[in-house]
Design a protein around this ligand. Structure first.
Ligand code: NIG
Ligand code: FE
Length: 415
């Protein structure tokens, strides 16, 4: 059945020639249509244009009409970096940080990722599924229509598989487009405290083959950082994953620039994520690559660490993606509206740059740019309708508010 959304005050991020990503100066522009309509059928966008161009209804019996009532229509957000599956919150560490401890100091005391792993190992798949589904349903209300979710709080073969199976179940049972990433190399479990090579052997020789044979991961990730995993570990993992046809999406340059960007790009990573600490050679490595630099502003906000240099990347002609990093330790929120506000307010990106960075560029960073990330004929009808807002800049401006009235995924009204 055809559906037409009419009376859209402005249709945002329209595209006639689909692009793989938006980079450099182009990031400051978006295409929109004022007083518009949008048509879709079987979950796929079939037409859009100005209300004047709308031919009207040919077949009343076979057309649903949704009245946007003067609201705007945006493509849903693509959130290309999250750790949505976890067992428990970690607000005690939040308080420790208020009292002066750093993220690294908390991790050294056995808090951090190991704290989450201990709790996750004791949780059942069912418990993890229910809590993650609940979080995901909340994110849909906030406009997220595609999400990448990582493992990495299991840190044993059994618990990593448990997490990945939860992600696949979410993918099967919801309308959200989901990509799954195997992050076995997230932190060194206690039992391997003095045997990092032993743990990397476990990840590469036991976990990865099982994950690949069960088809549980679309991507592989590693926390390449002082005190976690090295450049050598990163290269070894990405190289092994390539043999299974699994591309990398890595955690690099969160606290230190130590060559993780270069190593990831050399081994064909789709994205490098965090990038709070960037040196000239990191920018150089990104030039002429197919790798999406992805910044996670709410992690910077929550931990009080620097924001990634989005404007410098854009000046150098690079694309930039903004994702949430939703996780219990460094970013207990997956609200992409707030990410948009942080992009504008803290990172001095324009609303247009932020829209490109949270839709088409994050779609690329999860291999979905042909299906999502813009309003384009042939792409999925994953959109949200806002309240009657005065301009699209109002969305990042009205931080902390939710101006979204309706969310439609695969052409189905979800919210
Ligand atoms: O992306 N930095 C590594 N991993 C997560 C945080 C994990 C945690 O603290 O639980 C991140 O920020
Ligand atoms: Fe992360």
């Amino acid at each position: 059945m055809k559906t037409v959304i009419k009376n859209i005050s402005e249709l945002i991020q329209t595209e006639t020639n689909p692009k793989k990503w938006i980079a450099g100066k182009e990031m400051s522009k978006i295409s929109t249509i004022k007083e518009a309509f949008l048509e879709y059928e079987d979950g796929i966008i079939t037409a859009f244009g100005s209300m004047g161009q709308w031919k009207g209804i040919e077949d009343w019996n076979n057309t649903d009409i949704i009245d946007a009532e003067g609201g705007m229509v945006f493509p849903t957000y693509c959130d290309s970096h999250t750790h949505l599956v976890f067992a428990a919150s970690r607000e005690e560490e939040f308080v420790d940080r208020i009292n002066g401890l750093s993220y690294e100091e908390i991790a050294k005391r056995g808090g951090g990722i190991l704290n989450s792993a201990e709790k996750l190992q004791k949780s059942t798949e069912e418990e993890l599924y229910e809590s993650a589904l609940n979080r995901l349903n909340n994110l849909i209300k906030l406009g997220t229509g595609a999400i990448e979710i990582k493992s990495g709080y299991g840190l044993t073969l059994e618990s990593e598989l448990k997490m990945l199976r939860v992600i696949r179940r979410l993918e099967k049972n919801t309308e959200v487009s989901i990509k799954s990433t195997f992050l076995g190399a997230h932190a060194l479990p206690k039992e391997y405290k003095n045997n990092k090579d032993g743990y990397m052997d476990l990840v590469i020789n036991e976990m990865l083959p099982k994950v690949a044979s069960e088809g549980l991961a679309d991507y592989v990730d590693i926390f390449c950082e002082k005190g976690y995993f090295t450049i050598e570990d990163t290269k070894r993992l990405l190289d092994s994953a390539q043999k299974y046809g699994i591309q990398g999406k890595t955690h690099v340059n969160q606290f230190n620039s130590m060559g993780g960007v270069q190593a990831s790009i050399e081994l064909g990573a789709l994205s490098v994520d965090h990038l709070e600490e960037m040196k000239d050679y990191d920018f150089e490595a990104l030039k002429n690559s197919d790798c999406m630099p992805t910044i996670l502003p709410s992690c910077s906000f929550f931990l009080g660490i620097p924001y990634g240099p989005a404007n410098k990347m854009i000046e150098k002609g690079l694309p930039v993606a903004l994702a949430s990093d939703y996780n219990p330790g460094s970013t207990p929120s997956g609200n992409m509206n707030f990410i948009s506000s942080l992009g504008c307010i803290q990172m001095k990106m324009t609303p247009e740059q932020v829209i490109n960075a949270t839709t088409i560029n994050t779609a690329y960073a999860m291999g979905l740019e042909k299906e999502l990330g813009s309003i384009c004929v042939g792409k999925k009808a994953n959109i949200f309708i806002t309240q009657d807002i005065p301009s699209y800049s109002y969305l990042p401006y009205s931080f902390g508010e939710n101006v979204i009235n309706k969310v439609i995924l695969n052409g189905k009204v979800i919210v």
